[in-house]
Design a protein around this ligand. Structure first.
Ligand SMILES: [Zn+2]
Length: 344
């Protein structure tokens, strides 16, 4: 079996039995539609990344495959179909995701899916397809999927999951029932995150992840990324304090994800802006760094200038003419802010 159409969902989500609390209303609506026997043949779960849409899709898939779901719509976990699903080899189920290390879903994956859809069902439940990152299908893949959406086989549900609805062709969108998936409010997200076993402070992880709880959880497990971020904070501090030159530091970050670097910096600025009002809990190294940024910036004007200049750079990350120069100009903004009063 090729990697592109592996039946293995994300291991962390394969055991999930219920949707997240913030998705309850979406779940209830779909359940009512299903009970009325009006379930559409294609659903498009759209919403922000890191909020559990794909998990929702997996829970829904399990429930649709189940031969005797519970009254609240969840898979029983005991019928033959549920047991086969647990073995990750369910003949009525197909998962398509981004191939490892790739940015697009290739047409090959969708063709395999079309072939799967003409087979007859093996169990009493629905036949289910989950396409995660559906907004990353290339044009040929989208076109290939269209036919299945136009002439769906009976008792089949295709669940598309997408972060960016606008990226999907209108021809695809118009053939699906769009379900708007919510981002939880901060309190709900924090409550959920505090129940997980995190290595770092939940509040810090949530703020790092822009209030997206699932993203916060995966960041917490990503030690390499966290230590990268700490190193970048130290390097920016070294530039602020004129201990290291912009050119030297820029070379260290030549290969880094530019969007990510800018997101970190913008978040630091937000955090500094918030710092006077709220004492934020979190990583001490980072807080020391934030305090230093706060004390180094001479005026509110230069603070917001740094912010708007970084935002401007962020709008250009997709088309940097020269990566090294881009990073240098980014670090220069900090160097300018950190310059002692006398030399300004
Ligand atoms: Zn079952």
């Amino acid at each position: 079996m090729s990697k592109t159409t592996s039946n293995l969902p994300n291991p962390s989500t394969s055991e999930l039995k219920h949707v997240y609390s913030w998705q309850q209303s979406q779940w209830n609506k779909l359940l009512a539609t299903r009970n009325a026997d009006h379930l559409p043949h294609a659903l498009l779960l759209a919403g922000s990344d890191g909020t559990g849409k794909t998990d929702f899709a997996h829970v829904l898939a399990n429930s649709l495959l189940c031969e005797q779901p519970s009254a609240d719509g969840y898979a029983c976990g005991e019928c033959i179909s549920c047991n086969v699903k647990k073995s990750n080899a369910h003949p009525d189920y197909k998962y398509v995701g981004l191939p490892e290390g790739k940015q697009q879903i290739p047409v090959k994956a969708i063709r395999e899916l079309t072939e799967f859809l003409v087979l007859s069902r093996s169990y009493e439940g629905y036949r289910v397809v989950v396409i995660s990152a559906a907004d990353r299908m290339n044009l040929n893949a989208s076109n290939s999927l269209l036919k299945s959406l136009e002439e769906p086989p009976p008792k089949t549900v295709i669940i598309l999951v997408a972060d960016k609805l606008g990226t999907l062709p209108i021809t695809i969108r118009s053939r699906c029932q769009v379900v708007s998936m919510p981002t939880p409010d901060q309190t709900t997200a924090l409550q959920w995150l505090q129940q997980q076993e995190l290595q770092n402070a939940a509040e810090m992880m949530l703020s790092l992840a822009d209030n997206k709880p699932l993203l916060a959880l995966s960041l917490d497990n990503d030690e390499e990324l966290l230590s990268q971020r700490n190193k970048f904070a130290q390097d920016v501090m070294a530039v602020l304090q004129q201990r290291r030159s912009v050119t030297e530091v820029a070379k260290d970050w030549d290969k880094a994800d530019l969007d990510r670097l800018l997101n970190w910096q913008l978040k630091w600025i937000h955090a500094v802006a918030k710092m006077q009002a709220v004492q934020t809990e979190g990583n001490e190294k980072v807080n020391k760094f934030l305090a230093y940024i706060q004390s180094s910036i001479s005026s509110t004007a230069s603070f917001w200038k740094l912010y708007s200049d970084l935002l401007h750079l962020k709008s250009m990350t997709s088309y940097p003419l020269n990566r090294l120069m881009f990073i240098e100009s980014m670090l220069l903004l900090w160097s300018d802010v950190g310059r002692p009063q006398s030399s300004r």
